[in-house]
Design a protein around this ligand. Structure first.
Ligand SMILES: Nc1ncnc2c1ncn2[C@@H]1O[C@H](COP(=O)(O)OP(=O)(O)OP(=O)(O)O)[C@@H](O)[C@H]1O
Ligand SMILES: [Mg+2]
Length: 268
């Protein structure tokens, strides 16, 4: 499935390395091409927003960044390293599952549905990966988990089970859980779209704080206010391609492309 991957060496130079770099990324499911040549670059520390209609390939692209899907052609780098492949000389080798899992540790992902472990309390959810995956000491992991829960405004809910938390609280636990692995990149896939409107603000506040702390974030969102205020870049995707990109304020207030205009007229 890697037929079109050229085997030339062109790893970007250190120092100027983008956190994510996509070059002509293609992804198909069976005969259906979902990503039709995505080119984009996310700089370190940037909040990069992705918008677009349902089915345009936003989640698929995030899943490719996070090694959950393999691309069929093009190149995708995270922090200067090819996703899914190891380059040796002029050859590319597919990474083994274990190597992929190692790389995925560095990337935090927050989904629309919170996917917390239902049988664990908030603090246990946050501690789980550091203890199980990184072999962290339980007491230290717990202390860190408590700090993270405090950071997302939930120190007083540490002992609650997910079923005892609101959707917004569960989502903030999910963010704390992702941060517990010290990711260099955070991916958000419509983190607020399953929430009641009155719970959205608290989650966006946590994301805003995270952005201010310098975290590199790729955010698929329908929250145009967030994109405008917090985003550094914005990409409008439609039907597997990037239609338009730029500063969120420019794209949102003065879209150049007819497809962007039509989409924004429906969501703004
Ligand atoms: N595992 C899969 N197998 C087959 N088709 C898939 C798979 N995952 C996604 N697709 C298809 O790929 C297309 C893009 O889906 P994707 O979930 O990336 O869109 P999206 O932009 O995130 O949409 P939404 O805004 O509704 O979340 C859709 O047509 C979807 O049906
Ligand atoms: Mg999606």
């Amino acid at each position: 499935m890697t037929d079109k991957l050229s085997k030339k060496q062109d790893t970007p130079a250190k120092g100027t390395v983008p956190m994510v770099k996509a070059q002509d990324v293609h992804k198909s499911f069976g005969h259906v091409e979902v990503l039709k040549g995505i080119d984009l670059e996310v700089k370190p520390g940037e909040v990069f927003c992705l918008i677009g209609p349902s089915g345009s390939g936003k989640s698929t692209f995030l899943r490719c960044i996070n090694h959950l899907e393999k691309i069929n052609a093009g190149r995708l780098y995270v922090d200067g390293e090819l996703v899914g492949y190891r380059q040796q000389g002029d050859k590319l080798y597919e990474l083994r599952d274990r190597e992929v899992a190692m790389k995925r540790r560095d990337i935090g992902m927050v989904f629309q549905r919170f996917n917390l472990f239902p049988h664990m309390t908030a603090v246990e959810n946050v501690m789980e990966a550091p203890v199980q995956v990184k072999g962290a000491n339980r007491a230290q992991a717990k202390e860190r988990a408590m700090q993270l829960l405090e950071r997302v405004g939930l120190a007083d809910r540490a002992g609650h089970y997910p079923s005892q938390l609101s959707g917004g609280q569960q989502q903030r636990v999910a963010i704390a859980r992702a941060l517990a692995m010290d990711p260099k990149l955070m991916l958000f896939d419509e983190p607020t779209s399953a929430l009641d409107p009155e719970l959205v603000g608290d989650v966006l506040d946590v994301m805003r704080d995270l952005a201010e702390s310098g975290m590199t974030m790729v955010v698929v969102t329908h929250e145009m206010g967030f994109a405008r205020e917090v985003g550094d870049s914005l990409v409008f995707m439609d039907d597997g391609v990037v239609v338009e990109s730029g500063h969120p304020r420019d794209v949102l207030t003065n879209p150049q492309h007819e497809r962007t205009q039509s989409f924004l007229s429906k969501v703004l």
